[in-house]
Design a protein around this ligand. Sequence first.
Ligand SMILES: CC(C)(COP(=O)(O)OP(=O)(O)OC[C@H]1O[C@@H](n2cnc3c(N)ncnc32)[C@H](O)[C@@H]1OP(=O)(O)O)[C@@H](O)C(=O)NCCC(=O)NCCS
Length: 201
Amino acid sequence: MSGELEIHGPTLVLRYPVPGDAGRLFELGSDPETTRFLSWGPYTELAQAERFIEGVPGSRERGEELGFVVERDGEALGWTLFNDVRSRDRSVTIGTWLGKQHWGTGVNTESKALMAALAFKAMGVERLSVFAAASNDRSRAALRKVGFVEEGVLRRFNRHGDEWFDCMIGSILPAEYEAGPLAAVASEIRGSVPDNWVFNG
Ligand SMILES: CC(C)(COP(=O)(O)OP(=O)(O)OC[C@H]1O[C@@H](n2cnc3c(N)ncnc32)[C@H](O)[C@@H]1OP(=O)(O)O)[C@@H](O)C(=O)NCCC(=O)NCCS
């Protein structure tokens, strides 16, 4: 594989961001309902989204975060990422946020399928973890629906501004992925996975 990494699905493309995405990500990430349970936001000025995009290549190269614009028909719908890397254990955490107009449309399920294909088929991941605020019932239901198993609650694990959240920790393992709904979604990985995101050591 060579070139910039993209993952293609039936309706979505996951791709690296470009400076021109800032306006749309700013618009979507300015909604307090969207960022309610996230560690950042809502955006209040365009420069915040611009700075975020500028930092993406460095954070990918340092092995901190591998993130993608979730795009359909040329329109950015949100963001999905891997972080919390534990390369020795071949484990990463997945996160996703979508503009509210895209909730309940199947975009989340397809984006999770494309990320899971990348993790399990191309990166050598053995455990795909997830955290969701314990009170984020929508996110938890969305995760269970696609095969993530809830494992427990971590107390005061995540902070949004001055508010602390207990967080559900969950995961999906390779065999569960293979047997579940995510593996049934067609996916095509184009380009190369950065070396530091392939876990074979
Ligand atoms: C989390 C997120 C990506 C999920 O995507 P989504 O498109 O909303 O998820 P889905 O619609 O596929 O699944 C949600 C499920 O929860 C159900 N649901 C909705 N509100 C609910 C609630 N209050 N309690 C329980 N279930 C709920 C929905 O009915 C749906 O199930 P169904 O498809 O069987 O009807 C999206 O909501 C989002 O971007 N939220 C803001 C950012 C965020 O919180 N990210 C998660 C951080 S862990």
